[in-house]
Design a protein around this ligand. Structure first.
Ligand code: ATP
Ligand code: MG
Length: 188
């Protein structure tokens, strides 16, 4: 089973390929605490309805000269296998929103995985992109924003080794604080 953070990485890489300047990842424990919702939103180039229809279901599109990828279909399958659901919406020249929901206690839900590593590496690797991570569970909330961190750092680049180590640790603490006790793989 693939970790959820790797699906998030795939989707964020689609966003950077689409020239996004802002990528917002919001992960929420829904009220009732049975579902985990993941929303990844970007302001990249977007897709027209024809392309959008293909990416959601690449195997039923018939002949095409264009290579159709697997990042989106794999994320969709993963969420649906756990009893969740998946949706993607997009508008040309505006941006794209990917939404996945996992049933938290399903044995088919993959662990969240190394989300701190994924977010820290994206922030370090794409310093001109604003990477926003928001974790929510009831009235508990954690926010990481790479643009704000960059402002505080001044001349020190986000790709500096010590900065990446700190970022990972900071996000890891946030994960524990917000999802500890709800996601069984996180020890609070
Ligand atoms: N956020 C996005 N903005 C604009 N276009 C997108 C976005 N996400 C996906 N697409 C389009 O949908 C296609 C399919 O995405 P998907 O992630 O499934 O596969 P891929 O990125 O082409 O390949 P893979 O992820 O397997 O390396 C992309 O090639 C791109 O054309
Ligand atoms: Mg992709």
């Amino acid at each position: 089973m693939r970790e959820i953070s790797l699906h998030i990485l795939d989707i964020m890489q689609n966003s950077t390929a689409a020239q996004a300047r802002v990528i917002k990842v919001v992960i929420t424990v829904e009220s009732g605490k049975s579902m985990l919702r993941i929303v990844i939103e970007d302001d990249g180039c977007g897709m027209d309805s024809k392309v959008l229809a293909k990416v959601t279901d690449p195997f039923t599109t018939g002949r095409t000269t264009r290579r159709v990828g697997l990042g989106i279909p794999l994320f969709k399958a993963s969420a649906e296998q756990s009893g969740g659901d998946f949706a993607i919406s997009s508008q040309k020249d505006v941006g794209t929103v990917v939404r996945a929901r996992y049933e938290i206690n399903s044995i088919d839900r993959p662990p969240i995985g190394d989300l701190p590593g994924v977010i820290a590496d994206m922030a370090a690797g794409y310093p001109t992109v604003e990477i926003h991570l928001q974790l929510e569970n009831g009235d508990r909330q954690f926010v990481f924003n790479s643009r704000e961190v960059k402002q505080v750092l001044g001349d020190v680049p986000l790709s500096e080794f010590e900065v990446i180590v700190w970022l990972r640790e900071y996000i890891s603490e946030g994960l524990k604080e917000i999802f500890g006790g709800v996601l069984s793989e996180i020890n609070s």
